[in-house]
Design a protein around this ligand. Structure first.
Ligand SMILES: NC(=O)c1ccc[n+]([C@@H]2O[C@H](COP(=O)([O-])OP(=O)(O)OC[C@H]3O[C@@H](n4cnc5c(N)ncnc54)[C@H](O)[C@@H]3O)[C@@H](O)[C@H]2O)c1
Ligand SMILES: N[C@H](C(=O)O)[C@H](O)COP(=O)(O)O
Length: 509
């Protein structure tokens, strides 16, 4: 049956609020429970859809319970209201750039929470030292093994569902990577849900630990992933020559080589299923180049390492999610890469990811135009008429909630993105400028479409503030939380899929 075409996405679905995930919150609406009971099979067992929704609700609830960075929308609004006058007066007074204002604004909250985290950790360590309990439940479990399932997804066969092992690659040690990693790992709540393993250098991290006044906090040096402690933050030192100078704020060849060594070692463990997810701290795309690394970014490198033809640069936050058709592509080559096949491929990856990684059963996606005003009926370019509109029509005829093409400026200007689960932009800056303008502080760069989970903060090396204890760790913290959330969501999704394919025995009397 042919689907009716409409440009009003509200016709097909209740719009999501400023938080696109709010539709999945428990007890959100009556119709959700009515739908649930309609899906309840006659045997009284919950159906797969219902189990998936419940799992999704659990994750959303867990996420919302976290503080301080996963505050609910109301809490965030309240926080913004409380801090706005302070920010405005600072903006008026200061001739400094926005970054420092952002840091000052966040400093009291982050410092308070970090201090609490340190206190909690000290108490935990004292308790653990006196405890007769075995040193570590996970360490006693069999060596983690991995196999690849039918969807080429890495399946971990050992490990605890509550406590995931998260690898964190150091990035460029002259940038803010080491600082935001160490600051993020001060949050005790984070330490409760995962075992962090930093792929870096004990020497470099100790230097930053001193610089950040974290001398009381001990890191556990682990020669390999098999020797990590699940009670501490682990460091695997990844390059042999440790004599280089650390020069915060400078671009050096040594730092580029070291960043690659860390990334490579972490990716090896990720591929082997020893990690549940990888979080990468920022690299400098220029100094990391070598015979072994000829890529414009992590995204493209990981596509090769995980043997996928394509993946999706997917920027995610509580407020919006944006994926791009063309990623690290010079502007002059964008047009030739905006093809029907490529858009369809990215839409497919986005749909798949929203379902399996974010627990959205029927994702609603907005597609942006390529040209100003989405081509203005062909007057300002014809890619919309010739490529994008027909593609959207085909997807809609197949029952998918794909809308557009929307003129990018007005789309973001009117906050139309709040009505969608995700937005597909045609090129890097079209999507990433609004994303970072709206969600820089808490935004996360997620690589969708691979067997493994990889996230990253949405910022770069920030050389201008490196080594000055000015970097805000919120995005790194969110990147770690998102990695944990996605890894859990995906595992449950794959289990449900596998169960739904199992034949049910028929009881014939
Ligand atoms: N994931 C990654 O590896 C990644 C991501 C983006 C950029 N980069 C690389 O980083 C380098 C620098 O890029 P850029 O200057 O365009 O972007 P940037 O994000 O490093 O910096 C932009 C501005 O934001 C500020 N800023 C960034 N993160 C901050 C934080 N956590 N707290 C406070 N202020 C912060 C900086 O001080 C700077 O003023 C480039 O080599 C780029 O390729 C890497
Ligand atoms: N495009 C990303 C951003 O601006 O945030 C960044 O360059 C990181 O890309 P990789 O994750 O591919 O390194």
């Amino acid at each position: 049956m042919e689907q009716r075409q409409s440009d009003d996405p509200n016709e097909t679905r209740t719009p999501a609020s400023a938080n696109p995930k709010s539709v999945e919150r428990p007890g959100n609406n009556q119709s959700a429970s009515a739908k649930q009971s309609a899906e309840q099979p006659a045997n009284g067992q919950p159906g797969n859809e219902q189990r998936r929704r419940e799992a999704s609700q659990r994750h959303t609830q867990q996420r919302d319970n976290r503080q301080p960075n996963n505050r609910s929308t109301n809490q965030r609004d309240e926080h913004q209201q409380n801090t706005r006058p302070e920010r405005e007066s600072k903006d008026a007074q200061s001739s400094d750039n926005g970054t420092n204002q952002r840091n000052e604004r966040n400093a009291p909250r982050n410092e308070r929470d970090r201090n609490q985290g340190q206190r909690d950790r000290q108490q935990t360590t004292e308790r653990e030292t006196n405890s007769p309990e075995p040193a570590n439940r996970l360490q006693q479990s069999p060596e983690s093994t991995a196999r690849v399932d039918r969807d080429n997804a890495i399946v971990r066969e050992a490990g605890s569902p509550e406590r995931l092992v998260i690898g964190i690659s150091l990035g460029d040690y002259n940038g803010i990577g080491p600082e935001v990693i160490l600051k993020a790992l001060q949050y005790n709540r984070l330490q409760k849900i995962c075992t962090p393993v930093i792929y870096g250098s004990m020497r470099v991290l100790n230097r930053y630990r001193n610089l950040l006044n974290l001398k009381d906090w001990n890191l556990n040096g682990a020669p390999t992933i098999a020797q990590i402690s699940h009670k501490m933050t682990n460091v695997i030192t990844c390059w042999p020559d440790q004599n280089q100078d650390i020069q915060p704020g400078h671009v050096t060849a040594e730092a580029g080589q070291a960043a690659f060594a860390c990334l490579q070692r972490a990716v090896d463990d990720l591929k082997a299923g020893k990690l549940d997810a990888l979080v990468t701290a920022p690299i400098n795309k220029y100094n990391i180049q070598s015979e072994e690394f000829k890529f414009p970014g992590h995204t493209e490198y990981l596509a090769q390492e995980f043997d996928v033809q394509d993946n999706l640069m997917f920027m995610v936050s509580e407020q919006l999610r944006v994926g791009v058709v063309t990623g690290h592509v010079p502007l002059g080559r964008v047009r030739q890469n905006v093809t029907r096949d490529r858009i369809a491929q990215k839409l497919t990856l986005m749909m798949q990811s929203l379902r399996q990684d974010f627990g959205i059963d029927k994702p609603k996606i907005a597609v942006l135009g390529l040209n100003p005003h989405a081509g203005e009926e062909g007057l300002l370019g014809n890619e919309e008429q010739e490529i994008i509109k027909p593609l959207i029509a085909d997807w809609r005829n197949k029952g998918q909630l794909v809308f557009g093409p929307y003129p990018a400026d007005g789309f973001f200007g009117t906050r139309a993105y709040t009505k969608f689960d995700a937005v597909l932009a045609m090129y890097h800056d079209q999507g990433l400028i609004p994303f970072k303008a709206i969600a820089f502080e808490e935004g996360v760069n997620f690589t969708a479409g691979m067997a493994a989970v990889r996230t990253s903060p949405d910022h770069g090396t920030a050389y201008d503030i490196a080594g000055k204890n000015l970097a805000d760790e919120t995005s790194m913290l969110q990147a770690i939380y998102t990695a944990v959330d996605v890894a859990r969501h995906r595992k449950e999704f794959l289990e449900l899929e596998a169960n739904s394919l199992k034949k049910q025995p028929i009881d014939i009397k």
